[in-house]
Design a protein around this ligand. Sequence first.
Ligand SMILES: [Zn+2]
Length: 366
Amino acid sequence: MDPRRGAADRPYPVGVDALPTIETASDELRRRALDPPMRFGEGILDEVLAAEEPYVLVTQPQPLALLDPGLRERPLATRIVDSLEHAALDRLVAGLPDGETVVGLGGGMALDAAKYVAWVRGTRLVLVPGIVSVDACVTNTIAVREWGRVVYRGWVVPDLVAVDFAIVRAAPPRLNRAGLGDVLSIHTALWDWRRGGEAGKARFVPAIARRSRAALEGVMALAPAIGEVADAALEAIVRTYALVNGLCVEVRHSQPQEGSEHYVAYRLEALTGRGFVHGEVLGLGGVLMATLQRNDPGRVAATLDAARVGWRPADLEIDRSTLERALVGLPAFIRESGLPYSVIDEADLSPVGVERLLATSPGLWS
Ligand SMILES: [Zn+2]
């Protein structure tokens, strides 16, 4: 566990200790999290927001620009989020007027900021994803940046997730296609989880793993439709996020969905100081780790290609020496970060081993 994750010096608002966390969330809250209310449709935002007044809106410039001028005047207050740094989130909370409801509209950053506000204030929470590239609209913890790293804080359940296809389709297609990455991660994550169970380092639950695998297969079959950014594919991705989040809530950890492919993404972000499109960098991590696991990496790469996800180092503007450095340093990184058992704990990631991995991962340089 990273010592910087210690709680003592954290500037949380007064009283925050009493708020739910992943360890202390009530059974009632957990039950609600298994099946959060969701609405899908074309042009539903107007109606959804009209029913939520009065509310405060937490958003980003691009989705805000899509709103009709009339809708833009409705919130009690509108705040643009540009950081998930802890101090920035606390400033956001402190500067908002009282409101019955907080509406988050946009990408992961806007949704996580809205979740933070609802967590600290205990208000109703409505999440309107502007893209389906990440699962932030259904996950319960909040991805906060502390000392340059992502840590997960809090525990909230949205009262409504509203997916307006007109809003989502206005985002760059690339971002919506990348939504596949956060589902395809199941492929490598389940291998890691099962192996962790065999090594006595995790409590593997076969029935949960089977349900996670079945959800993944359903989305893999939709890869070409994801490439076309079809409404049905977008809906399937969001419903799968919710289903798999429910499985993670049941086992109380993320291993049904998150494994070594995520750790590669975290390592690349920490090493380069860059933010990547989450699902794209997960695609790269997924192909690399599936190769290391001898776990059908060709199918992972082919699925990403069928959905037109840009997952190759060249697409992500990661050069070969940076990728080598990221992989050689991966075992130390996961130990330091206290991440669960994965293929990284047992693979050869020496410079020679990494050379071999880069030479054998399918389609990496094509
Ligand atoms: Zn993820």
